[in-house]
Design a protein around this ligand. Sequence first.
Ligand code: PA5
Length: 467
Amino acid sequence: MSLTFDYTSTFEDIVGKGNGIKHSMLDKLNDIFQSTRADLLERNAKGDLPFWDLPFNNELISDIEEYASNKKNRFKNFVLFGIGGSALGPTALHGALNHLQHNLLPNDKRSGCCYFCPDNVDPDLISSVFDVIDPNETLFNVITKSGGTSETVGQFLVILDLLKHSIGENWRDHLVVTTDPHKGFMREFCTIEGVKSFDIDPGVGGRFTVLTPVGLLPAKMTGIDIRSLCKGAGEMKEYCFRETFVNNPAAMLAAIFYLAQTKLYRPIHVVFAYSNRLYPIGDWFRQLWAESLGKRYSINGKEVFTGPTPVKAIGATDQHSQVQLYIEGPADKIFLILGSKTFKSEITIPDLELKHDTVAYLQDTELSTLLNYERFATAYALTKAGRPNMTIEMDEINPVNIGALLYLLEAATLYAGGFYNVNPLDQPGVEAGKQATYALMGKPGYGKLRQEMNDFKGIGRNLIEIP
Ligand code: PA5
């Protein structure tokens, strides 16, 4: 594991008065840090926060490896149906650790099955997957912790029908379900039908499940070394429990983000990846940060309407799209830059002996050098403009470092829950939309809400028709 977390440019003496945090602000947070850490340690010891020990579940890793070794060569495609925490983790792992054109590689060059994760119920999206896969060559993985999420269950019914029609009586061989061990519709279905399933520990919240079978099974099926992934995550654990606040990377990351919002009025938290591999981690982190910290009520039940707004960006691409705003626009953002010293591939810009100033300096230079210099240049420009920023840099993008990074960000979310004084493990706000969807779709028990929605005056009264 080799990661560096550099938060120098978040301090006031570097980014300027009013723009950065003061050491005294951190000192004031120390008590909350200590009590949050003590609480997390205690809950870890009691086993009521199983997230902390997911990387050490060797039995599960072996089960997944065994299952995948039997299935990987049999299927060309792996199609994941899930949403939110049941999709973003696997997709972040796929993006970071598989070839960036994984599905287009010839079979003998690809590390595992082609990966598809249409995490929406947009019929165009789902159809587009069906247009390019043959069900006979496909393993479908339905992932839903609750077993009842309407998007995923809807997708499941579609593929169940497809499998029964296209495969016939052996349809079960093409299906694997990842769900709660005891509860929910999908668990019941697997038990009755004898469909292969993996368990999601009920104590692990949806957006913290990347190191359960939710993330590990798709990773292994597509060719990722999940043992190294878990090794990196496991090694990160002791750093996340370090007792000294300023040496604890998870607590410091959380504290800086929290102070940026509450003391510096910077509620927008931008994850700026300087690598196409690290970019999907921005999607995963957006859910983790937003659902965990965006809360109406504090732990004490007081109405607080708190939480940061996470945003993702990619360098160098967004230097030509967003950076103008980041440097000169409202001072409402703090940046977490993600980067890597090295890349899996290297391309040297050839020396064509052109003398023109526009190109001469680029010749005989690696693209990785150009990209990383752009990363430093952006950090420098942000700092000079008084925009606080911090960087997590890894020596290379490999399973160990990605495991460590994801674990660090999850642990930071738990500490952030302590600083914001909210429960980072629930998501009551997602429920209202879910209930309304059930009502509109005619789910039994939602008749009253459906009537209420029919009488709703907030939609369709002020229209501009553009025929
Ligand atoms: O973090 C969460 O709990 C949610 O975002 C869930 O992951 C999401 O709603 C999907 O839920 P489920 O896995 O139960 O289908």
